[in-house]
Design a protein around this ligand. Structure first.
Ligand SMILES: [Zn+2]
Length: 319
């Protein structure tokens, strides 16, 4: 079903997936997972790409690390390509279809799902990757967005995560997720990464949304953020970062509205970062109105092609 409020995706395909089968054989016993140990004390840092199959900027950053031979001076560096099966399902005629195959790999990291009896390509891969997440002190999970919006961090609302993202720097927008506020359990909410009582020095897990999936700018930012992340944690030499021209802006998630019917439609065309005043109509879903719960409500990741059961829109408030 098409709706006039959903403009067609017109973002140019500047960066396309490439064959990554050469990276299948890692050294961890898990396909597409590579680990480098410095032999010196220090944090174990995981750079995770392709949690979503068509978010290829992470692939660009991960292959950059592997191709240029980046090695940790301290601690351990692990580089993983998470959902290669979905990545390999890319079809240039339908470049937005291979985000996931069955489950959203970024929603199934609860003990109940991982230990449960359901099966899917994503659950199989999450179960394989579990020890990789268990071993990591710090996690950078690299994503991109369907709409061409400014990049932002997303993380569970713990001070350690806020401090980590602030210290790494650009992007300068933070989307803070109160514990239990987002649907499912993401990579950054798995195990101890989702626990409140981890001292700052021992860990942190953040998502970086680098921009539009197929933009060169997203690929460039993913690589840049990854290098700054590793440098901040002391694994690599400091990198020269561009001076930041503005303070970081933080938004706290208020509500996520899931798409309930095919009739889901926004009140006006949106891409993300639009603001609504208290009571203003944001969207309708089969006759039910989604109205702004507060002034300056800012929306993130509005769906561009509503699929029943998936996220429709994230409502946030600036903090
Ligand atoms: Zn994603």
């Amino acid at each position: 079903m098409t709706d006039a409020s959903f403009a067609p995706d017109t973002a140019p395909l500047e960066v396309l997936p490439r064959d990554i089968s050469a990276y299948r054989q890692g050294n961890t016993g898990i396909d597409y997972v590579h680990r480098f140990e410095s032999g010196r004390p220090g944090p174990h840092v995981l750079v995770n790409a392709l949690t979503h199959g068509n978010e290829i900027c992470g692939m660009v950053a991960a292959t950059h690390l592997l191709d240029t031979g980046v090695r940790p001076k301290i601690g351990t560096l692990t580089v993983s390509f998470a959902h290669v099966e979905a990545y390999n399902a890319f079809d240039i005629e339908r470049p937005y279809e291979n985000r996931q195959l069955v489950h959203n790999l970024n929603r199934i990291w609860s003990k109940a799902m991982l230990d449960g009896s359901e099966h899917s390509p994503e659950l199989k891969r999450a179960r394989e990757l579990r020890p990789v997440l268990d071993a990591a002190d710090f996690v950078l999970d690299i994503h991109s967005t369907r709409a061409p919006v400014q990049p932002f961090w997303v993380y569970p609302e713990f001070e350690r995560n806020a401090g980590l993202a602030l210290a790494v720097g650009n992007p300068l927008v933070h989307l803070v997720m109160p514990v239990g506020g987002a649907p499912g359990t993401g990579v950054t909410g798995y195990g101890r990464h989702g626990e409140p009582d981890v001292p700052d020095v021992q860990g942190g897990a953040v998502v970086v949304e680098c921009g539009q999936h197929f933009s060169q700018a997203a690929a460039d930012l993913a690589t840049d953020v990854t290098l700054r992340f590793l440098a901040h944690l002391g694994l690599t030499d400091p990198v020269a970062a561009a001076p930041e021209k503005a303070p970081a802006r933080r938004f706290r998630l208020l509500e996520v509205h899931m798409v309930k019917t095919e009739g889901f439609a926004f009140a006006r065309p949106v891409l993300g970062f639009e603001t609504f005043q208290k009571g203003e109509l944001i969207a309708v879903d089969a006759g039910q109105e989604i109205r702004s719960p507060c002034d300056d409500c800012t929306i993130f990741m509005p769906t561009r092609a509503p699929l029943v059961g998936r996220e429709g829109v994230y409502l946030t408030v600036p903090v």
